[in-house]
Design a binder for this molecule. Structure first.
Ligand SMILES: Cc1ncc(COP(=O)(O)O)c(C=O)c1O
Length: 394
């Protein structure tokens, strides 16, 4: 049996048609396959490998940490240097009310931790979320997912979770003293890069404050510079009570975090003690990679270049066959007339050497989320392939 057959037989898939790209190695924006193809990775494993594949600074940090120690103890018990340095560095670029970092394994676990913290701290049970939101695939995160198709066969989910319409200012009036928290994406990724309407997140913050409800801001996809500011809340001028990070945060290693004030986070220390437990969250090798990644991002002033690079994409992709471009920084959705058309174009892009994707809740749009290190030349090359592919199949 060849590798592909073994993959299909023994590696569980939840998609009937996996891409099955057989990677041999990856570098910068490229993934090389065992059969000798060189593919442009225009989605970064869904906004994860933001600093390019095999970024030497991150690889070195991983090697150095692995040689010192890997796993020692469940999270939060030992003083592990990579965790301390990363949490401190992160805190140095976050506001005063976000100085306590709980490291998790993934984005979904960050969501779970935040929901638990909100319930524990408020003594309330109601969680509000938005239509077309995505916060992960575990039971808690699924309970606040804004799409019924993905939820219905897993019910019953967590009670007291209620959906509001994104960008509906009136709906915010239903935030009340029963509400433990409202969870929201800074930009709705899986909806097809849908921005918050001007003032919507500020209004949400105001309503939360008035009702004593916590604002959980999911920056798992938007964080670490993807939208052109380090965190989207800076641009939106809001101050969440709990911030969620994952994806690019780990520099390509599995890592997430929920971040809050020390005062709030301490609620997880009693009644019950050990209010959230994880064996692998904050793995020293992941934290070393994340620290190197954050340093690389800052040292190379990459965030400042994101908007300009995004604009180059947008300018080059002006084409009558693309119905609409939704873009925030280097987070982009190209809308076509149907799923069928979109799929044909995505498949053709792959044949022509470029990896893209569609969105969970918007399958007529093509996803573009390249590594932030992509060069202008590489953007030109990518857009040429996309336009060529469109004109070959539409
Ligand atoms: C906005 C958002 N939140 C949460 C998650 C879940 O993260 P993970 O896949 O690490 O569980 C994702 C993943 O796509 C995401 O885009």
């Amino acid at each position: 049996m060849n590798l592909r057959q073994l993959f299909l037989r023994h590696v569980a898939q939840t998609s009937e048609a996996p891409l099955a790209i057989d990677a041999s190695h990856a570098e910068g924006i490229y993934i090389h396959t065992l059969s000798g193809q060189k593919l442009i990775d225009l989605i970064s494993g869904i906004a994860v490998s933001s600093l390019g594949h095999s970024n030497p600074k991150i690889v070195n940090a991983v090697k150095e940490q692995a040689e010192k120690y890997m796993h020692l103890m469940v999270y939060g018990e030992y003083v592990e240097q990579p965790q301390v340095l990363l949490a401190s560095k992160l805190a140095s670029i976050l506001p005063e009310n976000l100085q306590s970092v709980y490291f998790t394994n993934s984005g979904a676990e960050a969501t779970e931790g935040a929901l638990k913290l909100a319930k524990r701290a408020s003594g309330r049970s109601e969680i509000l979320y938005f239509k077309n939101s995505y916060h992960g695939s575990t039971m808690g995160a699924l309970s606040v997912m804004g799409d019924e198709y993905f939820k219905r066969n897993f019910r019953p989910l967590i009670p007291d979770c209620r959906m509001l319409l994104y960008n509906d200012f009136d709906a915010l009036k239903s935030i009340s003293t029963k509400t433990a928290a409202v969870i929201v994406e800074a930009v709705q990724g899986e909806a097809g890069v849908v921005k918050a309407a001007p003032g919507f997140l500020q209004s949400l913050e105001k309503h939360c404050k008035a009702a004593g409800a916590l604002l959980i801001l999911d920056e798992i996809q938007t964080g670490m510079g993807r939208t052109g500011s380090m965190f989207r809340f800076e641009t939106e001028k809001i101050s969440p009570d709990i911030l969620l990070l994952a994806k690019a945060f780990g520099g390509g290693m599995p890592l997430g975090a929920f971040v809050s004030s020390k005062h709030l986070m301490q609620k997880l220390q009693h009644d019950p003690f050990l209010g959230h437990i994880t064996s692998f969250g904050g793995h020293p090798v992941s934290c070393a990679a994340a620290l190197a990644s954050l340093e690389f991002l800052l040292e190379n002033h990459l965030v400042e270049q994101v908007e300009k690079k995004g604009q180059v994409f947008e300018d080059l992709l002006q084409d009558a066959k693309i119905k609409k471009i939704n873009r925030v920084g280097l987070m982009m959705a190209l809308e076509f007339s149907s799923f069928e058309e979109n799929k044909k174009i995505i498949d053709q892009c792959l044949k022509n050497g470029l990896i893209s994707d569609w969105f969970l809740f918007n399958n007529s749009s093509m996803r573009i989320a390249p590594p932030l290190v992509i060069s202008t030349e590489e953007i030109h090359l990518s857009c040429e392939i996309i336009l060529k592919s469109i004109h070959e199949v539409v």
